[in-house]
Design a protein around this ligand. Structure first.
Ligand code: ATR
Length: 268
């Protein structure tokens, strides 16, 4: 019997996850079907329950339900606990396992696809919302010199760092508190949605730095800012595909090859 998976979100029509997972299943010969399901804003739990009732084996969760998914899980991975959010469910008859593959997806894109060695590097993470929180632990696991969380509302960054274990390796503050240069600058804010650029100091990029925007599908003021300064840039498409691959691995025990899927998406 074909195993059913889905992504839940609201909105969801734009989701690339069905295409990604369908390609993964074709490539690996895994017999799965994967759909995009619109969950009502006021009944995410009901939508998940119905899917399980119809035999759903697992699911991805996207905006705005990742925090709710965290509370629905009966068991959580360490990385989901650290993220305070769940983007992947694996269902068993009496178990809802919640995982979070976003951070691992980002790190894999940075290291395997973009060729970065994060050990000893200075990382600036812009934003202190859910997107930022989800990637802090996996970034710290790469043993960087430091991760500095910078946020428009400085107190939120400081609070987040405290929750995640602030120290020499994990620093936080407002943009005005930034000093020195960074080898990797990650945009995990929603500023681009309003066409805004976080107030970055002019000389923020170290030589050979990478500017990474978690958004994908359109150019952002942050990536334009970096490009104008001759800095190498990457959007979040690789992270999207890599977090999907991590979920597929959890569900099926097989790691798909992400390169052809990335090529396919870039060509669309
Ligand atoms: P998500 O779950 O996607 O992270 P969020 O929790 O709403 O979304 O967080 C959005 C992040 O983008 C926040 O860190 C927000 O900064 P504030 O905490 O100060 O609101 C940041 N952000 C949004 N618009 C911004 C802008 N124009 N400039 C800088 N940061 C911005």
């Amino acid at each position: 019997m074909t195993d059913a998976y889905a992504v839940f979100g609201n909105p969801i029509a734009h989701s690339k996850s069905p295409l990604i997972h369908t390609e993964f299943s074709r490539q690996t010969g895994q017999d799965i079907i994967y759909s995009a399901l619109l969950a009502p804003l006021d009944d995410f739990a009901g939508a998940v329950a119905t899917f399980r009732l119809h035999g759903g084996c697992g699911a991805n969760v996207t905006l705005p339900f990742k925090e709710q998914a965290y509370t629905l899980a009966t068991r959580l991975s360490l990385r989901a606990q650290a993220a305070g959010a769940v983007n992947t469910f694996k269902f068993a008859p009496d178990d809802v396992y919640g995982d979070n593959t976003d951070g691992a997806g980002l790190v894999r894109d940075l290291t395997a696809n973009l060729g970065l060695d994060l050990a000893g590097k200075r990382i600036l993470l812009m934003g202190a919302g859910g997107a930022a929180r989800g990637v802090i632990l996996p970034l710290l696991e790469q043993q960087p010199d430091c991760v500095f969380i910078a946020n428009r509302t400085a107190s939120k960054a400081v609070g987040l760092a405290q929750v995640m274990g602030a120290g020499k390796q994990l620093l936080a503050g407002g943009y005005a508190d930034l000093s020195g240069q960074f080898d990797l600058v990650i945009n995990a804010t929603s500023a681009s949605l309003a066409g805004d650029l976080p107030p970055l100091p002019e000389a923020i990029f170290a030589s050979n730095a990478l500017a990474y925007d978690m958004m994908y599908g359109k150019d952002t003021p942050f990536l334009a800012f970096a490009r104008e300064r001759g800095v190498r840039t990457a959007d979040g498409l690789g992270m999207l595909v890599e977090q999907a691959a991590e979920a597929f691995l959890l569900w099926r025990g097989v790691r798909p090859d992400t390169a052809p899927v990335m090529q396919l998406l870039r060509g669309i």
